[in-house]
Design a binder for this molecule. Structure first.
Ligand code: SF4
Length: 319
């Protein structure tokens, strides 16, 4: 499968106030990260809160500036491009909190009409046809179109946000924890809707989530992120049924009902270290039950386990 998006050696850092004195510290949110997203796939990124997932998502669509690295979309390096209007039409985002992402003063119809008016030459009649088509597709009753966001439940608001995301026929959707604010009963409906849209509109997704059961259900491939780095990447089956990195195993050990792998349980000790003070060597060494002397001063390189699966860990290193 052809790559839609390539991320090459991306690093994102920002300043944040520390403690009551508010002295500024540097947050090393994404560190020399490389990743390819193939056309038509759902690539999920999993990891604990604070591991850099959301910063990565924002950097990919240039809502966050990177300090180095490249973002290549459809073969074009957009890392420093000033005019992103074409890119923005092809790439849309679905956020965790649908209410915050919808303008409370706009009726749903106007909210869906606005991007079509600004970005297409469609007539009013064609715009109406498109809005009705998309509303039906995401499971919204057309009567809803004359209402305001506050009149809807969380699940319906997320359907509206999804309708707005796909109204311009994008190619790439970045979904950042799109179901984690919803009731469990609604989560499955929204996940199924995203899967259906992916097939019907040939969409590609970067799907950010901390919920491994959701990831297992929706994704084609999974990257495991720890302190701004992808430490393991593979197909969904490789990650869930043949994990290699101790961190992946620890994440999976916390949800034993979704894996067959019952032999090795790793309990995560301690909290995620601060991204302002990254550990040397393998960043996981401060919490890893298998840490060796080399792990404290050297970073493991990628080891290819299969054509589709790699891990960064000295336990699997061939050198
Ligand atoms: Fe653990 Fe060392 Fe592997 Fe890092 S490289 S995950 S510290 S064994």
């Amino acid at each position: 499968m052809e790559n839609l998006l390539e991320i090459k050696n991306l690093s994102v850092q920002y300043k944040s106030p520390k403690g009551i004195l508010g002295r500024m510290q540097t947050i090393f949110a994404v560190n020399d990260l490389s990743l390819e997203i193939k056309k038509g796939e759902i690539l999920a990124i999993a990891g604990e809160s604070g591991c850099g997932k959301s910063t990565l998502a924002k950097a990919v669509i240039r809502l966050e500036n990177s300090i180095s690295g490249e973002i290549i979309f459809e073969g074009e390096n957009i890392s420093d491009t000033k005019d992103l209007s074409n890119f923005r039409k092809k790439v849309q985002m679905i956020f965790q909190n649908p209410y915050a992402s919808l303008n409370p003063k706009m009726k749903i119809y106007d909210m869906l009409k606005e991007p079509l008016k600004l970005n297409t030459d469609l007539t009013d009649e064609e715009i109406e046809k498109r809005i009705i088509e998309i509303a039906c597709k995401v499971g919204l009753d057309t009567d809803c179109l004359n209402q305001y966001p506050h009149e809807f439940s969380g699940g319906q608001r997320q359907r509206i946000a999804i309708a707005r995301a796909i109204i311009l026929n994008p190619e790439f959707i970045l979904a950042d924890e799109p179901v984690s604010a919803l009731d469990v009963s609604i989560q499955a409906q929204i996940i199924n809707l995203l899967k259906e849209l992916k097939e019907d509109y040939k969409l590609t997704f970067l799907f950010i989530s901390h919920d491994l059961s959701v990831i297992k259900y929706i994704s084609d491939r999974v990257g495991i992120m720890y302190l701004g780095e992808i430490v393991e990447l593979g197909t969904t089956d490789e990650i869930f049924y043949s994990p290699k990195h101790p961190y992946t195993k620890a994440l999976l050990s916390a949800v034993p009902q979704i894996t067959k792998n019952s032999e090795e349980k790793i309990t995560l000790k301690g909290d995620l270290p601060s991204p302002s003070n990254l550990p040397t060597g393998c960043k996981f060494h401060t919490r890893c039950p298998y840490a060796m002397p080399i792990c404290t001063n050297k970073s493991p390189e990628k080891t290819q386990i299969s054509q589709t699966h790699y891990v960064k860990c000295f336990l699997h290193s061939q050198n």
